[in-house]
Design a protein around this ligand. Structure first.
Ligand SMILES: Nc1nc2c(ncn2[C@@H]2O[C@H](COP(=O)(O)OP(=O)(O)OP(=O)(O)O)[C@@H](O)[C@H]2O)c(=O)[nH]1
Ligand SMILES: [Zn+2]
Length: 354
């Protein structure tokens, strides 16, 4: 028997599961998804499950089960049917790549997200900040992992560049192949019963890190795609794995874009302690921090108190946020219009009695 608590089951999920218990359903956590098949871990072991028709037809794509979700399912001889997704503690999401403004849920019920950058050509403080802001806005704790430290002469120089940005998040140097820093990372940051996710661009070493922690190759040759025109091995699926230490780790495929999905009037400012504090000191309460007199933020950039990279990142993210927000307001208006129209059709049918 598998202990659900070791997979992160807690009173929050227990409470929401209550109503399903009387219907003869079991709780399970999604550890992998391949097409329509969902691999669950449950008290009775591993179960492969499909979605119920109601779930498949009724839900928006971001409401469908994702890796990390707790679900209520009906168990028929180790073939499961997922009836419902239990309310999430949080969801790691991004703006869907491309021009749309829809959000895409990457994984759910996460305690900490490890943002991995490689100290080869991948190191990029602007991109790093976008990840930090988006992760914090998802209510997840960010930790930065600078991998491939064996490839540069002075790895500490890169670490200091990140810490100098002033975000409240740990920054660790690692080498997944050379094993430097791995033990420290595992001891300090990977706690039993907690769920972690690894995110970062393709090729930064996420799978190598998971494999090093597991001690064997998880991504078998068969699950590796070679449709990537560079002919490189690339992770294609997302898996939640239980590490020998009892921590759970989700490896997610490399991402080229990590768009922010910030709420209205949230421009990512709250996630930087100095930026948030400075904004309160601007002369005008609705300061845009671009060219107003008495702007504490532009003054701090000029004096060097606030790193220019933080300011530039803030401007970039708030421009994107405005775009995301504008578009989703537009979409909601369209949905409301559609709702009205649907109601009218129903009324019309009632009047005509068909
Ligand atoms: N020199 C060096 N190479 C590394 C290190 N970590 C990973 N690599 C290499 O970098 C390449 C990419 O590593 P992966 O683990 O496949 O990268 P990934 O982030 O999982 O990539 P995707 O699956 O495409 O998202 C492999 O050739 C690894 O051997 C490291 O610490 N140092
Ligand atoms: Zn200002």
């Amino acid at each position: 028997m598998t202990s659900l608590t070791s997979y992160g089951w807690n009173p929050h999920f227990e409470q929401h599961f209550h109503t399903f218990q009387s219907q003869g359903l079991e709780p399970g956590r999604v550890t992998a998804i391949e097409g329509f098949r969902h691999r669950l871990v449950s008290a009775s072991g591993q179960v492969d499950a499909l979605l119920s028709g109601a779930l498949m037809n009724g839900a928006n794509h971001w409401e469908l089960p994702k890796v990390g979700d707790w679900v209520a399912f009906k168990n028929y001889d180790n073939e499961g049917i997922i009836i419902s997704v239990l309310p999430r503690a949080n969801e790691l999401s991004r703006k869907m790549p491309g021009r749309t403004t829809e959000k895409q849920v990457i994984a759910t019920n996460i305690d900490t997200a490890f943002i991995v950058q490689g100290l080869d050509r991948d190191f990029n403080p602007m991109r790093l900040q976008r990840y930090i802001v988006q992760i914090m806005q998802c209510n997840i704790r960010p930790v930065v992992l600078l991998n491939k430290q064996d490839l540069v002469a002075d790895p500490e120089y890169y670490r200091q560049q990140v810490t100098a940005l002033g975000y409240e998040c740990p920054v660790l140097l690692l080498s997944a192949t050379g094993r430097e820093g791995l033990q420290q990372w595992a001891n300090e940051q990977l706690l039993p019963g907690q769920t972690y996710v690894l995110i970062g661009s393709s090729g930064v070493g996420k799978s190598t890190l998971v494999n090093a922690l597991l001690g064997y190759r998880l991504q078998e040759e068969g699950s590796v795609s070679d449709f990537n025109h560079k002919g490189r091995h690339t992770t294609v699926s997302r898996n939640l794995v239980m590490l020998p230490s009892g921590a759970m780790l989700i490896d997610s495929p490399g991402m080229r874009e990590f768009g922010v999905t910030l709420d209205a009037d949230d421009q990512g400012m709250h996630y930087h302690p100095l930026l948030a504090a400075l904004a309160a000191d601007c002369r005008f309460h609705d300061c845009t921090h671009l060219h107003e007199p008495g702007c504490a933020i532009t003054a701090a950039v000029q004096s060097g108190e606030l790193p220019r990279e933080v300011y530039d990142s803030y401007l970039k993210i708030s421009r994107e946020q405005a775009h995301y927000q504008g578009d989703s307001i537009e979409k909601k208006r369209a949905e409301r219009q559609f709702g009205k129209m649907a109601k009218q059709v129903v009324q019309y049918r009632k009047q005509r009695k068909y």
